[in-house]
Design a protein around this ligand. Structure first.
Ligand code: ADP
Ligand code: MG
Length: 449
């Protein structure tokens, strides 16, 4: 916890920011949605394999209605020219707007863009990509303003849509949760990767170059997955962590993430299983089909993180789920002890992950230090693992100041809804500003722009 806080301060200080691992990017999101926002907002959610276009209808009393469509981003576009990526996003947007009959003369829509890649932001609607991750390598985008690139592609389509905000998925999650729970001040992702954001006061952000007007706060996108890149976590890493890192596409990077998130957890378990087998401590004498080394157990990535969840749902001595998983990875007749050992490995690897993430959240809760704090969480690891939430809760409870009440809240559709709420909160806070878009109310074709 102390190390993380030191790294956070390094990221927030202009003297050390350039070299810092935990970048602590100010997002320019300063107004938290409070449930009073109404109107229709479009959102794009690009961050994993799927790309979603959404129409978010913010209704009175905090109700939200969603219409959305998922589009696949073809591999050729993920690896091709950046302009083609943004053209593709605009094509999908037009396709969706036609389907929903949203293209009408004189009707304008504000749009929120959830873009979950590390970005240096220069404003709410201005963000330069620092590096691609998650399998994207589109040329000509790194260091460019991705909002400008998107807007250019949209404008080529002659539709009245303006991108008002770019948000990270952590920020979307925080905003979506804040819409229902006003004490929300932390957003957390535990999915393919892990990252967190929180509301920080301006006087603690040396790198802040925006104005100092009310509200004197801004959401910080921590990019905490990079914690430990400078080897400062080595005292808690194991040789399995080192192996996962060395065989990854980005060795030496995202060290904290590699000990926690879904992309790596199953692989850590697999490496421990292999190690115990080599020491003749597991699956003794049952390796008749290991000859060709083609079973998933011997293949990198062959033990899926969802298997960790499945193994841990077994209670008692039958181990029916564990046996099914072991069969899937090529083990035919595991003994009772084999099953118990595999479950023990899974439980400890996932518990360690929950505690590391929990310690990170505890740092934020203590730093914010308000009487009530809600943590908005999204991501399949947290959503589907049977104990992750409980383990995190226990850990956080032990680590936070006793006078603070905290709760964790699973967010639904955080990325998309959050982007729309960010737009809404921004537009409403600037409603007197003539240059700004005004959100249209449902069925109100009159143009307020
Ligand atoms: P993303 O982070 O890309 O937006 P998700 O939040 O859906 O997407 O996370 C996907 C990751 O969650 C996968 O990489 C996988 O490792 C993990 N995951 C998927 N299903 C489960 C499960 N049942 N239990 C634990 N982890 C899971
Ligand atoms: Mg996601």
């Amino acid at each position: 916890m102390q190390l993380l806080e030191q790294e956070m301060d390094a990221g927030l200080s202009p003297a050390t920011h350039a070299k810092a691992d935990v970048k602590m990017f100010p997002t320019y999101v300063r107004n938290i949605a409070n449930g009073s926002e109404t109107g229709q907002v479009l959102a794009l959610d690009l961050g994993g394999t799927n790309f979603r276009v959404l129409l978010v209808d913010l209704l009175p009393e905090g109700k939200v209605e969603l219409t959305s469509k998922i589009f696949v981003i073809p591999q050729s576009i993920m690896l091709g020219e950046g302009v083609n990526l943004f053209r593709h996003l605009a094509d999908c947007l037009v396709d969706f707007m036609k389907q929903e009959k949203l293209i009408q003369p004189g009707v304008h829509y504000p749009l929120g863009f959830t873009f979950s890649f590390p970005c240096y932001q220069e404003g709410l609607a201005s963000a330069r990509l620092t590096s691609w991750t998650k399998g994207f390598t589109c040329a000509g985008v790194v260091k460019e303003d991705v909002v400008k690139m998107l807007q250019k592609a949209i404008d080529e389509k002659n539709i009245n849509v303006q991108c008002v905000a770019l948000v990270n998925d952590t920020v979307g999650t925080l905003m979506a949760c804040a819409h229902k729970k006003p004490h929300t001040s932390i957003g957390l992702i535990l999915g393919t990767g892990t990252n967190a954001c929180y509301m920080e006061t301006l006087d603690r952000i040396g790198t802040w170059n925006g104005d100092y007007e009310e509200p004197k706060q801004v959401i910080i996108n921590m990019e905490w997955g990079a914690f430990g890149n400078n080897k400062r976590l080595n005292h808690v890493r194991t040789r399995y962590d080192e192996e996962v890192d060395l065989s990854s596409v980005n060795p030496g990077k995202q060290i904290f993430e590699k000990m926690i998130s879904g992309m790596y957890m199953g692989e850590i378990v697999r490496l421990i299983i292999l190690d115990l087998m080599q020491q003749d401590l597991l699956f003794i004498g049952q390796c008749d089909n290991y000859g060709d080394y083609k079973t998933p157990l011997f293949t990198r990535g062959g033990f899926y993180t969802k298997f960790v969840s499945t193994v841990e749902t077994d209670e008692g001595i039958a181990f029916s789920n564990t046996r099914r998983v072991l069969q899937d990875i090529g083990i035919r007749n595991p003994t009772f002890d084999d099953c118990a050992i595999v479950q023990h490995i899974c439980k400890n690897v996932s518990k360690r992950a929950a505690r590391l993430a929990g310690a990170g959240v505890a740092v934020l809760i203590n730093r914010i230090n308000k009487p009530h704090i809600t943590v908005g969480v999204d991501g399949s690891l947290y959503r589907y693992h049977p104990r992750f939430e409980r383990n995190m809760q226990k850990c956080i409870k032990n680590l936070v100041n006793k006078n603070i009440k905290f709760e964790m809240s699973l967010s639904n559709d955080g990325s998309g809804v959050g982007a729309a709420l960010t737009v809404a909160a921004e537009v409403l806070s600037c409603q007197n500003d003539k240059n700004h878009l005004t959100i249209k109310n449902r069925n109100n074709v009159d143009d307020h722009t």
